[in-house]
Each structure stands twice: as C-alpha cells, then as structure tokens.
Write a protein that binds this ligand. Structure first.
Ligand code: MG
Length: 259
C-alpha cells in the first residue's frame, strides 16, 4: 500500500517537474502537451498513388452497412444515431453525431470499409477528416485526410493510432472514396488476466499494404502508455465521431468476416 502511494507521489512529482518548465494557459493545454510527448513526426511515409480497388463483399461476409440501413449499429449510451444517410448511400458524420457501434460483437476478423473525407477541406492536421474504426471498442485504426496534410505520423491515416506508422501513405485526395481492408487478431489472455498474446493488425489501404501483422502494445490511448486489460473474446466495433468541424467524413460498403 505504502509503495503504491509512494509510486503515485513520484509520478506527480515527475509530471510536475516536467510541466514546471512550461507555463500553460489552461489544464487542457497541459494535457495536450502531455499527449504531444507521444507524437512522432519523422520520417514521413512515402506517398504512393493507389490503383483502383474491388470492393464487393464476398458471399460469406456479414454486411454491416450497404448504403441503405443502419440496423447493424446503435448510438452510444442509448443516443440516437446522428449520422446522416445520404441519397447516394453515403453515411455521413455530422458534428456531435456520436459514435456508431455495432450491435454484434467480433473477435478475430477481416473487415472491409470505405470512407471519404470532405472534398471541401476545412481544418488541418488531426482536425481534417478525423474518424477511426475502433476494433473491440478499443484498438483504433486511424481514419484521417492524410493527403498532403502533415501531422504526427503515428496519427496519420492508416496508423494504428499512436502505435504503428503506416509503411507508406496510400491516401487518395479529399472527396474520393478510399478502402481499408483490415485483418485483425484479437489479443488472448491467461485465466489470471495476464496477456498471453497481443492484438495484431494487417492493413491494406486502397489495396496497398501499410501495416504488416503488427503487434499492438495495448488499447488505443491519446496520452498515456497503454496497458492491456483482460476483456471478452468478442466485443463490438465502432466508428468515431471526432466531434469537431473539419470531420464530416462519410462511410459506405462495410462488411466483416469473423475468422
Ligand atoms: Mg481518430
């Protein structure tokens, strides 16, 4: 017990020492500074122009969204789904619409999704077409407009957020549909809650390999170093509503194959 209290005190002292050298206008600025310590900015992945892609679901896929109905999803905390179903079948996030969460739970899977960041560019860096798909509610593959839009590279499109930089930048220009094909292996846990094997991700962005069976160090976190916590074998996935102005991204053609 004493050790724990001493440990916490040490963290506060260390954090205080780090922050003491900087003056912050608000506590939000202070947290943003802490978060910035885990950003990586170089080297910048090479830009690759992708070819065309085939996006029709195979016969054994579970269709999560086919441009017509949202019955596979629900809003967070009983909130109504605020995303807008457009005449062309695009499902578009609007500011404050909330995350959309699948009703069904998934573990190991192959997931296909298509997204489009706004053709009218508003915002920069992380405030430009930001969304994300969170596998098992906690492992984020970043969705972002990363076409000529510098940001920290472990937070650009197709990054495993704050953990793995994409091998190349296969982003299409804003306003174009893009595809992610994700092969996800869920983490395994021992009976005592310790980690047996980490989550792994392979990702093709517009048909280009950008994550090659990478191991995740834990659930996605903006600020602190993530730590695995034992969870169910299957959990829902959700798409992030980033909540600011520059992010009315659209989705279409989402399907999944449990493995
Ligand atoms: Mg995001």
């Amino acid at each position: 017990m004493k050790k724990t209290i001493l440990g916490l005190a040490m963290i506060f002292i260390i954090a205080g020492t780090v922050n003491a050298q900087k003056k912050f206008a608000s506590w939000q600025d202070s947290i943003a500074y802490e978060a910035s310590l885990s950003e990586i900015w170089t080297p910048v992945p090479k830009a690759v122009m992708p070819g065309n892609f085939i996006s029709e679901p195979p016969s054994d896929a579970i269709i999560l969204y086919n441009g017509k109905d949202l019955s596979a999803f629900h809003g967070r905390n009983g909130k109504k789904i605020g995303w807008v179903l457009e005449p062309d079948g695009a499902l578009t996030d609007v500011k404050g619409a909330g995350d959309i969460i699948t009703n069904e739970s998934f573990g190991d899977c192959q997931l296909h999704l298509e997204f489009r960041t706004p053709s009218v560019v508003k915002g920069a860096g992380q405030s430009r077409g930001n969304s994300g798909v969170f596998l098992m509610e906690q492992y984020e593959i970043q969705i972002l407009d990363s076409y000529q839009n510098p940001t920290y590279v472990n937070g650009q499109a197709a990054a495993v957020y704050k953990q793995h930089i994409p091998l190349v930048n296969a982003s299409r220009p804003p306003g174009n549909w893009q595809a992610y094909d994700i092969i996800f292996t869920a983490p395994r846990f021992n009976a005592d809650g310790t980690l047996l094997s980490p989550a792994r991700v392979t990702l093709l962005h517009n048909g280009v390999l950008v994550q090659n069976n990478v191991s995740l160090i834990g659930p996605t976190d903006w600020v602190i170093k993530p730590v695995y916590k034992k969870h169910a074998d299957k959990l829902p996935l959700f798409f992030q509503d980033h909540g600011d102005d520059g992010n009315p991204i659209s989705l279409r053609n989402i399907w999944i194959r449990p493995l």
